[in-house]
Ligand binder design. Structure first.
Ligand SMILES: *Cc1c(COP(=O)(O)O)cnc(C)c1O
Length: 450
Protein backbone atom coordinates (compact mmCIF):
# COMPACT_ATOMS: atom_id res chain seq x y z
CA UNK A 1 0.00 0.00 0.00
CA UNK A 2 1.00 3.66 0.08
CA UNK A 3 2.50 3.44 -3.40
CA UNK A 4 -0.24 5.67 -4.78
CA UNK A 5 -1.24 8.20 -2.26
CA UNK A 6 -1.76 11.93 -2.47
CA UNK A 7 1.66 12.29 -0.90
CA UNK A 8 4.39 13.26 -3.34
CA UNK A 9 6.97 12.02 -0.83
CA UNK A 10 5.36 8.57 -0.64
CA UNK A 11 5.15 8.36 -4.44
CA UNK A 12 8.80 9.38 -4.67
CA UNK A 13 9.91 6.75 -2.15
CA UNK A 14 8.00 4.08 -4.07
CA UNK A 15 9.51 5.25 -7.36
CA UNK A 16 13.08 5.22 -6.03
CA UNK A 17 12.61 1.70 -4.71
CA UNK A 18 11.11 0.57 -8.02
CA UNK A 19 13.86 2.31 -10.02
CA UNK A 20 16.47 0.28 -8.15
CA UNK A 21 14.48 -2.95 -8.38
CA UNK A 22 13.79 -2.50 -12.09
CA UNK A 23 17.40 -1.59 -12.83
CA UNK A 24 16.88 1.99 -14.01
CA UNK A 25 19.77 2.82 -11.71
CA UNK A 26 22.53 0.34 -10.99
CA UNK A 27 26.30 0.17 -10.65
CA UNK A 28 26.59 0.51 -14.43
CA UNK A 29 23.82 3.13 -14.77
CA UNK A 30 24.57 5.27 -11.75
CA UNK A 31 22.40 8.27 -12.65
CA UNK A 32 18.79 8.74 -13.74
CA UNK A 33 16.06 11.34 -13.44
CA UNK A 34 12.47 10.53 -12.47
CA UNK A 35 9.29 12.52 -13.12
CA UNK A 36 6.08 12.01 -11.16
CA UNK A 37 3.26 12.12 -13.73
CA UNK A 38 0.59 11.95 -11.01
CA UNK A 39 2.06 15.06 -9.41
CA UNK A 40 2.39 16.92 -12.70
CA UNK A 41 -1.26 16.25 -13.50
CA UNK A 42 -2.30 17.38 -10.02
CA UNK A 43 -0.39 20.66 -10.36
CA UNK A 44 -1.95 21.35 -13.76
CA UNK A 45 -5.41 20.70 -12.28
CA UNK A 46 -4.66 22.93 -9.29
CA UNK A 47 -3.60 25.77 -11.60
CA UNK A 48 -6.76 25.51 -13.67
CA UNK A 49 -9.00 25.28 -10.62
CA UNK A 50 -7.35 28.26 -8.91
CA UNK A 51 -8.10 30.59 -11.81
CA UNK A 52 -11.51 29.04 -12.54
CA UNK A 53 -12.47 29.95 -8.98
CA UNK A 54 -11.78 33.67 -9.43
CA UNK A 55 -12.65 34.37 -13.09
CA UNK A 56 -16.11 35.27 -14.41
CA UNK A 57 -17.74 32.32 -16.19
CA UNK A 58 -16.86 32.21 -19.87
CA UNK A 59 -13.61 34.18 -19.52
CA UNK A 60 -11.01 32.78 -21.95
CA UNK A 61 -8.00 31.65 -19.90
CA UNK A 62 -4.91 30.09 -21.46
CA UNK A 63 -2.39 28.66 -19.03
CA UNK A 64 0.77 28.50 -21.15
CA UNK A 65 3.57 26.39 -19.64
CA UNK A 66 6.96 28.13 -19.89
CA UNK A 67 8.69 25.43 -21.95
CA UNK A 68 12.12 26.54 -20.78
CA UNK A 69 11.36 25.11 -17.33
CA UNK A 70 11.20 21.49 -18.61
CA UNK A 71 11.85 21.26 -22.35
CA UNK A 72 10.93 17.61 -22.78
CA UNK A 73 8.41 16.66 -25.49
CA UNK A 74 6.51 13.97 -23.50
CA UNK A 75 6.12 16.43 -20.61
CA UNK A 76 4.69 19.05 -22.97
CA UNK A 77 2.39 16.41 -24.41
CA UNK A 78 1.16 15.44 -20.95
CA UNK A 79 0.53 19.08 -20.02
CA UNK A 80 -1.27 19.67 -23.32
CA UNK A 81 -3.50 16.70 -22.49
CA UNK A 82 -4.17 18.34 -19.11
CA UNK A 83 -5.41 21.53 -20.75
CA UNK A 84 -2.18 23.55 -20.56
CA UNK A 85 -0.79 25.58 -23.50
CA UNK A 86 2.85 26.51 -24.17
CA UNK A 87 4.96 29.63 -23.80
CA UNK A 88 8.01 29.37 -26.06
CA UNK A 89 11.05 31.60 -26.30
CA UNK A 90 13.25 30.17 -29.06
CA UNK A 91 12.97 28.27 -32.34
CA UNK A 92 13.92 25.12 -30.43
CA UNK A 93 11.17 25.55 -27.84
CA UNK A 94 8.63 26.24 -30.57
CA UNK A 95 9.73 23.05 -32.34
CA UNK A 96 9.32 21.08 -29.09
CA UNK A 97 5.80 22.43 -28.58
CA UNK A 98 4.90 21.54 -32.16
CA UNK A 99 6.43 18.08 -31.77
CA UNK A 100 4.17 17.63 -28.74
CA UNK A 101 1.16 18.42 -30.91
CA UNK A 102 0.33 21.74 -29.26
CA UNK A 103 -1.63 23.86 -31.77
CA UNK A 104 -0.63 27.45 -32.60
CA UNK A 105 -3.79 28.72 -30.93
CA UNK A 106 -2.45 27.43 -27.61
CA UNK A 107 1.11 28.70 -28.05
CA UNK A 108 2.63 32.06 -27.09
CA UNK A 109 6.04 33.33 -28.30
CA UNK A 110 7.89 35.67 -25.95
CA UNK A 111 11.66 35.69 -26.43
CA UNK A 112 13.69 38.90 -26.05
CA UNK A 113 15.73 38.34 -29.23
CA UNK A 114 13.41 37.13 -31.98
CA UNK A 115 14.88 37.22 -35.50
CA UNK A 116 12.88 38.40 -38.51
CA UNK A 117 12.46 34.82 -39.72
CA UNK A 118 11.19 33.66 -36.31
CA UNK A 119 8.63 36.45 -36.29
CA UNK A 120 7.59 35.63 -39.85
CA UNK A 121 7.12 31.95 -38.99
CA UNK A 122 5.14 32.73 -35.83
CA UNK A 123 2.81 35.08 -37.69
CA UNK A 124 2.38 32.60 -40.53
CA UNK A 125 1.43 29.90 -38.01
CA UNK A 126 -0.92 32.20 -36.09
CA UNK A 127 0.98 31.93 -32.81
CA UNK A 128 0.48 34.72 -30.27
CA UNK A 129 3.52 37.00 -30.14
CA UNK A 130 4.50 39.51 -27.50
CA UNK A 131 6.93 42.12 -28.83
CA UNK A 132 9.71 42.98 -26.44
CA UNK A 133 10.69 46.46 -27.59
CA UNK A 134 10.11 49.24 -30.16
CA UNK A 135 12.52 47.75 -32.71
CA UNK A 136 10.70 44.44 -32.62
CA UNK A 137 7.37 46.19 -32.94
CA UNK A 138 8.69 47.88 -36.10
CA UNK A 139 9.53 44.46 -37.55
CA UNK A 140 6.02 43.25 -36.73
CA UNK A 141 4.59 46.41 -38.38
CA UNK A 142 6.28 45.40 -41.61
CA UNK A 143 5.01 41.82 -41.40
CA UNK A 144 1.46 42.82 -40.51
CA UNK A 145 1.52 45.29 -43.41
CA UNK A 146 2.57 42.67 -45.95
CA UNK A 147 0.49 39.62 -45.00
CA UNK A 148 -2.58 38.81 -42.97
CA UNK A 149 -2.15 36.89 -39.72
CA UNK A 150 -4.37 35.36 -37.08
CA UNK A 151 -1.69 35.85 -34.44
CA UNK A 152 -2.86 37.78 -31.38
CA UNK A 153 -0.19 40.45 -30.92
CA UNK A 154 0.93 42.19 -27.78
CA UNK A 155 3.71 44.18 -26.21
CA UNK A 156 5.70 43.28 -23.13
CA UNK A 157 6.11 45.93 -20.48
CA UNK A 158 8.34 45.97 -17.43
CA UNK A 159 6.39 47.57 -14.59
CA UNK A 160 9.69 48.20 -12.72
CA UNK A 161 8.12 47.30 -9.38
CA UNK A 162 11.42 45.94 -8.07
CA UNK A 163 13.30 42.67 -7.82
CA UNK A 164 13.24 39.66 -5.56
CA UNK A 165 15.99 37.94 -3.62
CA UNK A 166 17.69 36.42 -6.69
CA UNK A 167 19.10 39.14 -8.93
CA UNK A 168 19.63 36.95 -11.99
CA UNK A 169 15.94 36.07 -12.06
CA UNK A 170 14.39 39.42 -11.27
CA UNK A 171 12.50 40.60 -14.34
CA UNK A 172 10.90 43.76 -12.96
CA UNK A 173 13.86 45.80 -11.74
CA UNK A 174 14.50 49.31 -13.09
CA UNK A 175 17.16 48.02 -15.48
CA UNK A 176 15.80 44.57 -16.41
CA UNK A 177 16.50 43.62 -20.01
CA UNK A 178 12.89 42.58 -20.67
CA UNK A 179 10.08 44.58 -22.24
CA UNK A 180 9.46 48.32 -22.40
CA UNK A 181 10.48 49.92 -19.10
CA UNK A 182 7.21 51.57 -18.21
CA UNK A 183 8.45 54.12 -15.70
CA UNK A 184 11.24 55.47 -17.88
CA UNK A 185 10.77 59.02 -19.05
CA UNK A 186 8.17 59.19 -21.80
CA UNK A 187 7.77 55.41 -21.98
CA UNK A 188 4.19 55.13 -20.83
CA UNK A 189 2.98 57.70 -23.33
CA UNK A 190 5.00 55.98 -26.05
CA UNK A 191 3.30 52.67 -25.22
CA UNK A 192 -0.19 54.16 -25.26
CA UNK A 193 0.50 55.81 -28.64
CA UNK A 194 1.94 52.56 -29.97
CA UNK A 195 -1.43 50.92 -29.26
CA UNK A 196 -3.54 53.78 -30.59
CA UNK A 197 -1.52 53.68 -33.83
CA UNK A 198 -1.92 49.90 -34.18
CA UNK A 199 -5.50 48.65 -33.91
CA UNK A 200 -4.21 45.08 -34.18
CA UNK A 201 -2.23 45.34 -30.94
CA UNK A 202 -4.71 43.63 -28.62
CA UNK A 203 -2.66 42.08 -25.86
CA UNK A 204 -0.50 43.40 -23.07
CA UNK A 205 2.17 41.23 -21.44
CA UNK A 206 4.15 41.41 -18.22
CA UNK A 207 6.13 38.74 -16.38
CA UNK A 208 6.95 40.30 -13.03
CA UNK A 209 7.56 37.19 -10.94
CA UNK A 210 10.39 34.77 -10.42
CA UNK A 211 11.86 32.53 -7.75
CA UNK A 212 12.59 34.73 -4.75
CA UNK A 213 9.87 37.27 -5.54
CA UNK A 214 7.19 38.04 -2.92
CA UNK A 215 3.64 37.42 -4.19
CA UNK A 216 2.57 40.96 -3.28
CA UNK A 217 5.22 42.42 -5.57
CA UNK A 218 4.19 40.08 -8.40
CA UNK A 219 0.58 41.16 -7.95
CA UNK A 220 1.63 44.80 -8.04
CA UNK A 221 3.33 44.22 -11.38
CA UNK A 222 0.12 42.68 -12.73
CA UNK A 223 -1.87 45.61 -11.33
CA UNK A 224 0.42 48.02 -13.21
CA UNK A 225 -0.21 46.19 -16.47
CA UNK A 226 -3.96 46.17 -15.82
CA UNK A 227 -3.93 49.92 -15.13
CA UNK A 228 -2.10 50.48 -18.40
CA UNK A 229 -4.60 48.35 -20.33
CA UNK A 230 -7.44 50.41 -18.84
CA UNK A 231 -5.70 53.61 -19.85
CA UNK A 232 -5.13 52.40 -23.42
CA UNK A 233 -8.73 51.25 -23.75
CA UNK A 234 -10.00 54.50 -22.26
CA UNK A 235 -8.00 56.57 -24.75
CA UNK A 236 -8.96 54.28 -27.63
CA UNK A 237 -12.61 54.53 -26.68
CA UNK A 238 -13.01 50.77 -27.18
CA UNK A 239 -11.78 47.51 -25.71
CA UNK A 240 -8.67 47.38 -27.85
CA UNK A 241 -6.63 45.43 -25.30
CA UNK A 242 -8.77 42.33 -24.87
CA UNK A 243 -6.26 39.99 -23.22
CA UNK A 244 -3.71 40.40 -20.44
CA UNK A 245 -0.78 38.03 -20.28
CA UNK A 246 0.33 38.07 -16.65
CA UNK A 247 3.41 35.85 -16.99
CA UNK A 248 4.48 33.18 -14.54
CA UNK A 249 6.99 33.19 -11.74
CA UNK A 250 5.20 31.62 -8.79
CA UNK A 251 8.04 30.77 -6.38
CA UNK A 252 8.63 27.16 -5.34
CA UNK A 253 9.33 25.94 -1.82
CA UNK A 254 12.63 24.05 -2.07
CA UNK A 255 12.76 23.54 1.70
CA UNK A 256 10.09 20.89 2.23
CA UNK A 257 7.52 18.71 0.47
CA UNK A 258 4.85 21.39 0.91
CA UNK A 259 3.58 23.05 -2.24
CA UNK A 260 3.67 26.64 -1.02
CA UNK A 261 2.72 29.21 -2.04
CA UNK A 262 -0.23 27.69 -3.89
CA UNK A 263 -1.85 28.76 -7.15
CA UNK A 264 -5.00 29.27 -5.12
CA UNK A 265 -3.29 31.80 -2.84
CA UNK A 266 -1.84 33.70 -5.78
CA UNK A 267 -5.11 33.73 -7.74
CA UNK A 268 -6.98 34.97 -4.66
CA UNK A 269 -4.37 37.65 -4.03
CA UNK A 270 -4.61 38.77 -7.66
CA UNK A 271 -8.39 38.84 -7.47
CA UNK A 272 -8.30 41.08 -4.41
CA UNK A 273 -5.46 43.30 -5.73
CA UNK A 274 -6.77 43.62 -9.30
CA UNK A 275 -10.48 42.72 -9.23
CA UNK A 276 -11.14 44.22 -12.68
CA UNK A 277 -8.84 41.67 -14.23
CA UNK A 278 -11.30 38.88 -13.48
CA UNK A 279 -14.68 40.43 -14.21
CA UNK A 280 -14.85 38.95 -17.71
CA UNK A 281 -13.75 42.01 -19.71
CA UNK A 282 -10.27 40.58 -20.29
CA UNK A 283 -9.10 37.23 -21.49
CA UNK A 284 -6.12 35.92 -19.51
CA UNK A 285 -2.86 34.19 -20.35
CA UNK A 286 -0.56 32.86 -17.64
CA UNK A 287 2.96 31.48 -18.12
CA UNK A 288 3.92 29.35 -15.14
CA UNK A 289 6.99 27.16 -15.44
CA UNK A 290 8.87 26.19 -12.30
CA UNK A 291 5.80 25.90 -10.09
CA UNK A 292 4.19 23.31 -12.40
CA UNK A 293 7.16 20.92 -12.56
CA UNK A 294 9.80 21.53 -9.89
CA UNK A 295 8.36 19.35 -7.15
CA UNK A 296 7.74 16.43 -9.47
CA UNK A 297 11.31 15.65 -10.47
CA UNK A 298 14.10 13.76 -8.72
CA UNK A 299 17.70 13.11 -9.70
CA UNK A 300 18.78 9.73 -8.42
CA UNK A 301 22.52 9.14 -8.18
CA UNK A 302 24.54 6.23 -6.91
CA UNK A 303 27.17 6.86 -4.27
CA UNK A 304 30.31 5.63 -6.02
CA UNK A 305 32.64 6.24 -3.07
CA UNK A 306 32.25 7.40 0.50
CA UNK A 307 35.32 9.05 1.96
CA UNK A 308 36.45 11.50 4.55
CA UNK A 309 38.68 14.56 4.36
CA UNK A 310 39.67 16.88 7.17
CA UNK A 311 37.09 15.21 9.36
CA UNK A 312 34.28 15.82 6.84
CA UNK A 313 32.34 12.85 5.42
CA UNK A 314 32.03 13.12 1.64
CA UNK A 315 29.77 11.05 -0.59
CA UNK A 316 31.06 11.09 -4.16
CA UNK A 317 27.96 10.64 -6.32
CA UNK A 318 27.14 10.86 -10.03
CA UNK A 319 24.94 13.97 -9.72
CA UNK A 320 26.69 17.30 -9.76
CA UNK A 321 27.08 20.34 -11.92
CA UNK A 322 25.94 18.57 -15.10
CA UNK A 323 22.40 18.12 -13.74
CA UNK A 324 22.25 20.91 -11.13
CA UNK A 325 24.33 23.76 -12.52
CA UNK A 326 22.47 26.49 -10.67
CA UNK A 327 22.84 24.81 -7.29
CA UNK A 328 26.51 24.04 -7.75
CA UNK A 329 27.44 27.53 -8.96
CA UNK A 330 25.05 29.51 -6.73
CA UNK A 331 24.31 27.31 -3.70
CA UNK A 332 23.07 30.22 -1.59
CA UNK A 333 20.30 31.04 -4.06
CA UNK A 334 19.48 27.48 -5.10
CA UNK A 335 19.85 25.04 -2.18
CA UNK A 336 18.40 21.59 -2.93
CA UNK A 337 17.20 18.98 -0.49
CA UNK A 338 19.03 15.69 -0.75
CA UNK A 339 17.38 12.48 0.45
CA UNK A 340 19.38 9.37 1.33
CA UNK A 341 18.34 5.91 0.12
CA UNK A 342 20.14 2.63 0.70
CA UNK A 343 21.44 0.30 -2.01
CA UNK A 344 17.98 -1.28 -2.29
CA UNK A 345 16.30 2.08 -2.69
CA UNK A 346 14.85 2.25 0.81
CA UNK A 347 14.90 5.56 2.71
CA UNK A 348 17.92 5.57 5.02
CA UNK A 349 17.41 6.09 8.68
CA UNK A 350 19.92 6.33 11.47
CA UNK A 351 21.84 9.12 13.10
CA UNK A 352 22.39 12.27 11.09
CA UNK A 353 25.96 13.05 10.14
CA UNK A 354 27.29 16.30 8.71
CA UNK A 355 28.49 15.51 5.21
CA UNK A 356 29.11 16.84 1.73
CA UNK A 357 27.28 15.35 -1.23
CA UNK A 358 29.67 15.75 -4.14
CA UNK A 359 29.23 15.35 -7.88
CA UNK A 360 31.47 13.61 -10.42
CA UNK A 361 32.96 16.70 -12.07
CA UNK A 362 36.63 17.61 -11.79
CA UNK A 363 36.47 20.81 -9.81
CA UNK A 364 36.37 21.20 -6.06
CA UNK A 365 33.13 23.18 -5.99
CA UNK A 366 31.10 20.41 -7.59
CA UNK A 367 28.91 19.86 -4.53
CA UNK A 368 25.17 19.20 -4.49
CA UNK A 369 25.10 19.92 -0.78
CA UNK A 370 27.78 21.09 1.63
CA UNK A 371 27.85 20.39 5.37
CA UNK A 372 24.41 18.81 5.24
CA UNK A 373 23.10 16.86 8.21
CA UNK A 374 21.52 13.59 7.05
CA UNK A 375 21.87 9.81 7.52
CA UNK A 376 25.39 8.85 6.45
CA UNK A 377 25.64 8.04 2.75
CA UNK A 378 27.73 4.93 2.16
CA UNK A 379 29.18 3.30 -0.91
CA UNK A 380 26.39 1.81 -3.05
CA UNK A 381 23.65 3.99 -1.53
CA UNK A 382 21.66 6.46 -3.58
CA UNK A 383 21.42 10.21 -3.12
CA UNK A 384 18.27 11.87 -4.46
CA UNK A 385 18.27 15.56 -5.34
CA UNK A 386 14.67 16.62 -4.77
CA UNK A 387 12.48 19.24 -6.48
CA UNK A 388 14.57 19.08 -9.63
CA UNK A 389 11.73 18.77 -12.15
CA UNK A 390 12.20 22.32 -13.50
CA UNK A 391 15.43 23.99 -14.63
CA UNK A 392 17.62 21.08 -13.46
CA UNK A 393 18.17 17.75 -15.20
CA UNK A 394 16.47 18.91 -18.39
CA UNK A 395 19.10 21.71 -18.58
CA UNK A 396 22.14 19.54 -18.94
CA UNK A 397 25.50 21.23 -18.70
CA UNK A 398 28.24 19.49 -20.66
CA UNK A 399 31.12 19.88 -18.18
CA UNK A 400 33.64 17.00 -18.31
CA UNK A 401 31.66 15.50 -21.21
CA UNK A 402 29.36 13.88 -18.68
CA UNK A 403 26.50 12.23 -20.58
CA UNK A 404 22.90 13.36 -20.20
CA UNK A 405 21.05 10.87 -17.98
CA UNK A 406 17.82 9.16 -18.96
CA UNK A 407 14.56 10.71 -17.75
CA UNK A 408 11.83 8.27 -16.75
CA UNK A 409 8.25 9.24 -16.04
CA UNK A 410 6.53 7.21 -13.35
CA UNK A 411 2.96 6.47 -12.38
CA UNK A 412 0.81 3.71 -10.91
CA UNK A 413 0.92 0.34 -12.68
CA UNK A 414 -2.67 -0.35 -11.61
CA UNK A 415 -1.52 -3.12 -9.33
CA UNK A 416 -0.12 -1.16 -6.40
CA UNK A 417 3.29 -0.82 -8.04
CA UNK A 418 5.15 1.67 -10.15
CA UNK A 419 5.34 1.76 -13.93
CA UNK A 420 8.05 3.74 -15.72
CA UNK A 421 7.96 5.25 -19.20
CA UNK A 422 10.88 6.74 -21.11
CA UNK A 423 10.77 10.52 -21.37
CA UNK A 424 14.30 10.90 -22.69
CA UNK A 425 16.83 8.15 -23.29
CA UNK A 426 20.29 8.52 -21.80
CA UNK A 427 22.82 10.09 -24.12
CA UNK A 428 25.17 7.42 -25.43
CA UNK A 429 28.92 7.85 -25.52
CA UNK A 430 28.80 7.62 -29.33
CA UNK A 431 26.28 10.47 -29.43
CA UNK A 432 28.49 12.47 -27.13
CA UNK A 433 31.47 12.02 -29.44
CA UNK A 434 29.33 12.94 -32.47
CA UNK A 435 28.04 16.10 -30.77
CA UNK A 436 31.61 17.01 -29.93
CA UNK A 437 32.75 17.26 -33.54
CA UNK A 438 33.38 13.54 -33.99
CA UNK A 439 32.55 13.83 -37.70
CA UNK A 440 35.28 16.43 -38.22
CA UNK A 441 38.29 14.71 -36.69
CA UNK A 442 40.65 15.98 -39.42
CA UNK A 443 38.93 19.36 -39.60
CA UNK A 444 41.79 21.38 -38.20
CA UNK A 445 44.56 19.59 -40.04
CA UNK A 446 43.85 20.01 -43.73
CA UNK A 447 43.49 23.09 -45.89
CA UNK A 448 45.16 25.45 -43.45
CA UNK A 449 47.74 27.83 -44.90
CA UNK A 450 51.30 26.63 -44.21
C1 LIG B 1 10.80 32.11 -17.53
C2 LIG B 1 9.52 32.77 -17.92
C3 LIG B 1 8.33 32.31 -17.41
C4 LIG B 1 8.23 31.22 -16.38
O1 LIG B 1 8.79 31.58 -15.15
P1 LIG B 1 8.73 30.55 -13.92
O2 LIG B 1 9.47 31.26 -12.85
O3 LIG B 1 9.38 29.29 -14.35
O4 LIG B 1 7.28 30.36 -13.60
C5 LIG B 1 7.17 32.90 -17.87
N1 LIG B 1 7.19 33.91 -18.77
C6 LIG B 1 8.34 34.38 -19.28
C7 LIG B 1 8.29 35.47 -20.27
C8 LIG B 1 9.53 33.84 -18.87
O5 LIG B 1 10.68 34.32 -19.36
Amino acid sequence: MAAYTDSGAARRDAAVRAAVEQGLVSPSTPLAALLDTTGIRASAAALRAAFDAVTAPGTPVLHAFAVKATPLVPVLRLLHREGIGMEVASPGELALARAAGVPPSRTVLDSPAKTPSELREALALGIAVNADNPQELARIDALVGSASTRSPLGLRVNPQVGGGSIGALSTATATSKFGVALRDEGAREWVVRAYLDRPWLTRLHTHSGSQGMPLELMARGVAEAYGLAEEINGRAGRRQVDTLDIGGGLPVNFGSDDHTPTYEEYARLLASTVPGLFDGRYGLVTEFGRSLLAKHGVVLARVEYAKSAGGRAIAVTHAGVQVAARTVYAPESWPLRVAAYDAKGRPKTGPEVIQDVAGPACFAGDLLAEGRSMPLLEQGDYAAALDTGAYYFAHHYGYNSLARPAVHGFGPDGDGGVRFATVRAAQTIDELVAESGGAYTEGLLGGAPE
